[in-house]
Design a protein around this ligand. Structure first.
Ligand SMILES: NC(=O)c1ccc[n+]([C@@H]2O[C@H](COP(=O)([O-])OP(=O)(O)OC[C@H]3O[C@@H](n4cnc5c(N)ncnc54)[C@H](O)[C@@H]3O)[C@@H](O)[C@H]2O)c1
Length: 325
């Protein structure tokens, strides 16, 4: 792994992954959505790193992806539209970015004879649990337009392995959290509501349980899978902690850590439609632990404390009117 092309590199996980690889002195071509200000998102502080080049384009454009990824040996594809609520309003954007975009990555990788391709999926593809904890053999079932586009992208990637021998692996993170996450994510959203002047903490359903991994641990997992190169082509890897917390437990823990006594209020516009809600996503991470020797270094509490401190210092980077989650 000498030169890595990362899509979605200016976003939350992408920017941490870029910095993680740069620390290992790996060259990175960071690719993200074009904007007329040439804004590098969360990579703005890395402008002087000589091992980093940033290219802006759109993964919906094969020509742009192919020309940008040339001379790289590995692709880590993170770019995606990720908000579940927004996928109810704009499903065709999700189809374009998440399905057509992934097709363009796979096709470019094939044409460029890429040695190693990682496609990022999500635990949301598992839908309502048939059994827990969820291993990689658990059936997939789309509960939202977002999940359906990620299932399609995963299947396309696996078909490129079976049909054209493209050296592709699917990484399936459960929930990820940490500094720089969008304020649509539950954890930054609740912390920002506490730090802002809101009287109450407004959220959707309190009972769903999720499995959270601190973003630096997710980056290490992605790096370890990428390093295995040909050994696990055509395979899927879950990344998670094997522990779950309900929305209510998370809010109470954040309240305790921030010494907040704000009341929780259910806001109907934040509640997912009943059939679209997924009650529990608990990871079985045995495969990545055994095959890549990976495990979480941050406990949930330690990760939360780091995230709270970061948000206290960077609150002004987020709009005070918090988006619906
Ligand atoms: N954050 C989580 O909890 C989580 C959990 C499971 C899976 N994932 C997956 O991880 C990946 C990264 O998620 P994230 O949380 O960092 O999201 P993010 O929104 O912070 O980052 C996504 C990046 O992709 C870029 N992007 C979107 N459309 C693009 C396009 N058409 N062309 C080029 N770039 C485009 C965005 O500008 C953004 O920088 C996604 O594939 C997501 O599905 C995230």
């Amino acid at each position: 792994m000498k030169k890595v092309f990362i899509t979605g590199a200016c976003g939350f996980i992408g920017s941490h992954l870029v910095e993680y690889l740069l620390k290992k002195r790996i060259k990175v071509v960071a690719y993200d959505l074009y904007n007329s200000n040439n804004n590098w998102g969360w990579l703005e502080n890395n402008k002087n790193d000589k091992n980093l080049s940033v290219l802006l384009g759109n993964i919906s454009d094969l020509k742009s992806v192919e020309s940008s990824a040339k001379n790289c040996d590995t692709i880590i594809h993170l770019a995606s539209l990720i908000g579940i609520p927004y996928s109810y309003n704009a499903p065709s954007s999700y189809i374009n970015t998440n399905i057509i975009g992934t097709y363009n990555i796979l096709e470019a990788a094939l044409r460029l004879k890429m040695k190693n391709v990682l496609v990022t999926s999500t635990s949301e593809v598992y839908g309502e649990q048939k059994y827990i904890p969820i291993d990689e053999k658990h059936p997939v079932e789309a509960s939202s337009p977002y999940a359906s586009t990620k299932i399609a992208a995963d299947n396309l990637a696996l078909s490129y392995f079976k049909s054209f021998n493209l050296p592709v692996k699917i990484i399936r993170p459960f929930n990820v959290f940490g500094p720089r996450q969008s304020s649509r994510g539950l954890i930054p959203n609740v912390i920002l509501q506490i730090l802002n002047k809101n009287k109450e903490i407004k959220v959707g359903n309190l009972y769903p349980k999720r499995d959270y991994t601190y973003v630096e641990d997710t980056c290490e997992a992605i790096y370890k899978i990428a390093k295995l190169s040909d050994k696990f082509n055509g395979e899927v890897f879950n990344i998670g902690s094997n522990k779950t917390y309900s929305v209510r437990e998370i809010i109470n823990l954040i309240k305790k850590l921030t010494k907040s006594n704000k009341k929780i209020k259910i806001n109907s516009i934040r509640v997912r439609p009943k059939k679209s809600e997924v009650d529990i996503l608990k990871c079985n991470n045995l495969k990545i632990r055994r095959s890549c020797n990976w495990k979480n270094k941050h406990s949930f509490k330690k990760g939360l404390i780091k995230t709270i401190i970061w948000l206290q210092e960077n609150k002004d980077k987020f709009k005070s009117k918090i988006y619906n989650i």
